[in-house]
Write a protein that binds this ligand. Structure first.
Ligand code: NAI
Ligand code: MG
Length: 334
């Protein structure tokens, strides 16, 4: 059965890493059809809109999108495209797996964890952002809801269950931020009670930072609110060798968007130097989401084997390969 996905080639290095990724997905025989849709600066030039309606319609129809990084122009009052996509499709869970790869700059070897970040509320609602007339005092509103907390914590437990993972850690600051973080923790405890087979752990966010740096291999699935999740998930990417290896999924009830965590890398765009692995790992997440566990595993193994052999690695990984040479080396190991 073929499945149609929306493909957004994006800006900067976006088209290069997407070419490499689609080349490999075709070799994999994933049976995917691609509906290309524009977003970002590429779309602004063609349609006069950073996120044209045809693109939103395509994602709504196909329910799954693979997306390269996009440039949100600075100035001109544009809302971040990624933020507006999250809002439009109510993509409530930001899911970022990190796994140790061979021959990276990481200090650790046994990391295999997933952070699940609440993606729609908390400190990022951009409401009530006020600075007093004298410029001396600033306030902003943080809002946490039972509904928002419940669905993201449940997603984390379901993810753990589906992947044979053993533990979910809820990261919070309920001892100080008693209202919002307190509600999140209370709901996390309630949801955890529905999953007696999975260990539930609570950890205060500052301790979680220290534990992640000292003993990251103790973590399995981490679930947390928006702001903490933003920070912790980048910290976790750093633990395994940086943004070039970090994918992320934005999951909602009606749509899911898979992407690399890094940006458009304007400094190396158009030079064939970009590392395609982060987008490829996003494709692995997408294949898992589509129920293609075997293909996801084959692709992940081919990436690991290529990195282990140091075959045609791109410059950020210490090699001299081009984006497409690296992709071909991976494809040869599928
Ligand atoms: P960036 O991630 O684009 O680049 C940071 C550094 O990492 C650069 O030196 C870059 O060359 C390197 N790098 C990033 N991805 C790489 C890859 N795949 N292979 C090799 N090296 C790689 O972050 P920056 O410079 O802060 O942002 C540049 C643009 O990207 C901005 O316009 C920003 O808005 C956009 N952006 C878009 C995102 C998205 O659409 N999801 C996420 C983050 C940034
Ligand atoms: Mg971030």
């Amino acid at each position: 059965m073929t499945q149609t996905i929306t493909v957004i080639r994006g800006d900067g290095i976006g088209p290069e890493i997407m070419d490499a990724t689609l080349f490999i997905l075709d070799k994999l025989g994933a049976g995917l059809q691609y509906e290309e849709a524009d977003a970002g600066v590429a779309a602004l030039e063609k349609h006069g809109d950073l996120m044209p309606k045809v693109t939103l319609d395509s994602i709504a129809k196909n329910k799954v999108a693979l997306k390269s990084p996009l440039t949100t122009p600075v100035g001109g009052g544009f809302t971040s495209i990624n933020v507006s996509l999250r809002r439009h499709f109510d993509l409530y869970a930001n899911v970022r797996p990190v796994v140790s790869f061979p021959n990276t700059k990481s200090r650790y070897e046994n990391i295999d964890m997933i952070t699940v970040r609440e993606n729609t509320e908390g400190a990022y609602i951009s409401e009530g952002q006020e600075v007093s007339a004298d410029g001396e005092t600033a306030v902003s509103i943080t809002r946490v809801t039972r509904k928002g907390s419940e669905r993201v914590v449940r997603y984390a437990f379901e993810l753990a269950k589906a992947n044979g993972r053993k533990k979910v850690t809820a990261v919070h600051k309920a001892n100080i931020i008693k209202s919002t973080s307190g509600l999140f923790l209370k709901v996390a405890r309630e949801v955890a009670a529905d999953y007696p087979e999975i260990e539930f752990q609570e950890m205060i966010v500052d301790n979680a930072c220290m534990q992640l740096v000292m003993r990251p291999e103790q973590f399995d699935v981490v679930v947390t609110t928006n702001l903490f999740g933003d920070i912790l998930s980048d910290l976790c990417a750093g633990l395994v060798g940086g943004l070039g290896l970090a994918p992320g999924a934005n999951i909602g009830k009606d749509a899911a968007i898979f992407e690399a965590v890094h940006g458009t890398a304007p400094d190396i765009a158009g030079q064939g130097k970009a590392n395609p692995v982060a987008l490829l790992l996003a494709a692995v997440q997408m294949l898992e989401h589509l129920g293609q566990q075997d293909n996801a595993e084959r692709l992940r193994k081919a990436i690991v084997a290529t990195m282990d052999a140091k075959d045609s690695l791109t410059g950020d990984l210490g090699g001299t390969g081009s984006t497409m040479e690296f992709a071909k080396a991976i494809a040869s190991r599928l």
